[in-house]
Each structure stands twice: as C-alpha cells, then as structure tokens.
Design a protein around this ligand. Structure first.
Ligand code: ZN
Length: 172
C-alpha cells in the first residue's frame, strides 16, 4: 500500500480513543508508512497508531475463529466418530465376505474332503491335461483347486480358493 500526505487512513485516535479516519500529515522515510496523522473527528494531530479493531472486511471472520476455538475446547464426543467407523467396518466386511467367503468356505471344505480321501494325486493344471469332476488340481496362478464339473469336451470348471474358474483342458 502506498501512503501519501493528505490521504485518508484508518487509525487509532489517541484523543477520541477510537479508530477514526485520519488524514496523513507526514510519512516515514521511504514511504514505510504514515508518521503523523490528523483525526478527522477531533482535528487533533498525533503519531500514527494502527487501528485497534480489525477493519470491517476482517470482522466476519471473527465468529468463525470463536467457533473454532470453542470446538477445540469441546472436542466432539467420542461416541459419534466411533459408531460410523464401526458401521463402516461392518459394511466393508459385509461387502467382502458373502461372495468371497462362500466360495472360500466351499473351497476349504473341498480341500478337507480331498485330504480325508488321501492318496488322490493332485494333477498339475495344464490345458493339455484332461480332468474329471472331483479331480484335485494344482494351478501355477490360482493354487490348489478341485474340478467341479466338465462343461464340455475341452472345458472344465475348477473351484480355487479365489472362486470358480472355467479353464480349457484336453487341448492336445
Ligand atoms: Zn480524534
């Protein structure tokens, strides 16, 4: 801001004890700011004092500051943040578990059955191999699985831990 002698400026008047409009009488060196000012209300001249109150444009921010400090003094009660968090976690679990959980449970049961049967050799999956329903299979990417059904001559459905996959077979 550039100040100039004769210009109006908001300042604190030492006589009125108020922020009033003053006229700049003298400036500090290098235009560093007003040095002496004359009050337009009482006509008194005095050293420039910055206004005590924030200018009108800053005023609206005051209630917000008050609210913010009030909020800091009274942090939100612990319950509300906890409830949504728990609900969120439950919703997340609910969203994840039914599809994945069902097939994983099924897969686990199948794996247990195969283990109980014992002896059934696990075939390494290859599209050149031919499988039958109930065959245990080991796949390089999907891991251990069991053939659910043969869909057609060259396709079978295999249940892996991550779910049912339809894979090619018998491609000699
Ligand atoms: Zn005054």
């Amino acid at each position: 801001m550039v100040f100039k002698v004769g210009g109006d400026i908001d300042a604190y008047c030492t006589k009125c004890r108020l922020d009033t409009i003053h006229v700049v009488v003298a400036l500090k060196a290098d235009n560093a700011g007003p040095k002496r000012v004359e009050c337009k209300s009482c006509g008194g001249q005095h050293m420039y004092h910055a206004p005590k109150l924030p200018s009108r444009s800053e005023a609206p921010s005051q209630p917000a500051v008050v609210n913010r400090s009030a909020a800091a003094r009274n942090p939100a009660p612990p319950k509300p943040p906890k409830a949504p968090k728990a609900a969120k976690a439950a919703a997340k679990a609910a969203a994840l578990s039914p599809p994945a959980g069902a097939s994983t449970r099924d897969w686990l049961r199948r794996m247990e059955d195969l283990a109980l049967q014992g002896g059934t050799p696990i075939k390494a999956y290859s599209m050149r191999e031919t499988f039958a329903a109930g065959d245990p299979v080991s796949h390089p990417k999907f891991g251990k699985g069991v053939v659910l059904e043969v869909l057609e001559a060259k396709k079978c459905a295999i249940l892996f831990e991550e779910g049912r996959k339809v894979l090619a077979m018998g491609n000699v």
